[in-house]
Design a protein around this ligand. Sequence first.
Ligand code: NAX
Length: 335
Amino acid sequence: SPAPIRALVTGAAGQIGYSIVIRIADGTVFGKDQPVELVLLDIPQCVASLEGVVLELQDCALPTLVGVEAVTNEKDAFQNIDYAFLVGAMPRREGMERKDLLAANVKIFKSQGKALAEFSKPTTKVIVVGNPANTNAFICAKYAAGKIPASNFSAMTRLDHNRALAQVALKTGTTIGDVKNVIIWGNHSGTQFPDVKHATINKGSNTVDAYTAINDTNWIQSGFISTVQKRGAVIIEKRKLSSAMSAAKAACDHIHDWHFGTKPGEWVSMAIPSDGSYGIPKGLIFSFPVTIDGATKEWKIVKDLPLDDFAKEKIQITTKELEEERDDALKACDE
Ligand code: NAX
């Protein structure tokens, strides 16, 4: 069998961690014939629950899981890993200012970026789930630069992408498998722009464009966008906990497609460093439609999609927010 893939999950004692590790360990992410070594990182205060997760993984009796390590320091966590799922982050506490939250997270992702550079491989690929995900990924990439290329860093907008697919399927009475090529542009935040203008729907043996099939511009430009943007808040209201099952599933979709490549004629949404496409400032970690070649594991931004004025305005709003976050984060780096 092939050499094991070594995957790190940070925040592994948390809610998303609990749902993510099983999918990595059971072959859902890297394949049923691919051995996996899992490294679980959390803070020292969480060591007992981290150990509990290790015991449960043992009890899952998974043939693909050939090793599990529970660690509480970065040196052991980042050693020789192939993939990093950076889920752990400082949660927003009541009364905490946005600025304080950003500063706390900059500290974590600066330190993890340095640890990636020191202990991981030039090929290590990173998904940041912990919020503010785009800006955390930006900082992490900055401090791993020189050793690991920025193109190996990404932030998760796949949950938003999946939410958009689900809304379009519900609206059109089709199934998820029939809906393709929605896009999440920009930040994983309330300013993200979920876009169906380029999506398609399979109807029997025909492929039709989703915009025409939906035939409801008001829904496309208003209800749809706000449902996707505010879905996280609705889940918290109902569950009294934030999305975990769906977030873990989305992170696994993201890394699965990075590892194996996207399907012909399909793209997915990933926040990755801009190359200047669509006028987005270079280096900003921005969610774009991307295709991935499974052989090289390199993503490419889908270029030259026509954008109307509505789309341009939405993209400008989320770009501005990301530039502000980036500038605040860079300031916090020096403090
Ligand atoms: P939990 O609070 O359940 O778990 C987070 C875990 O991270 C805790 O066990 C904590 O001890 C650990 N942690 C904190 N700092 C750490 C550090 N420096 N190193 C290692 N571990 C550390 O949160 P959970 O619900 O699992 O959410 C995790 C993160 O995902 C949050 O930042 C959340 O905002 C973010 N989300 C991002 C989403 C996305 O689409 N990008 C959607 C889901 C989720 O809200």
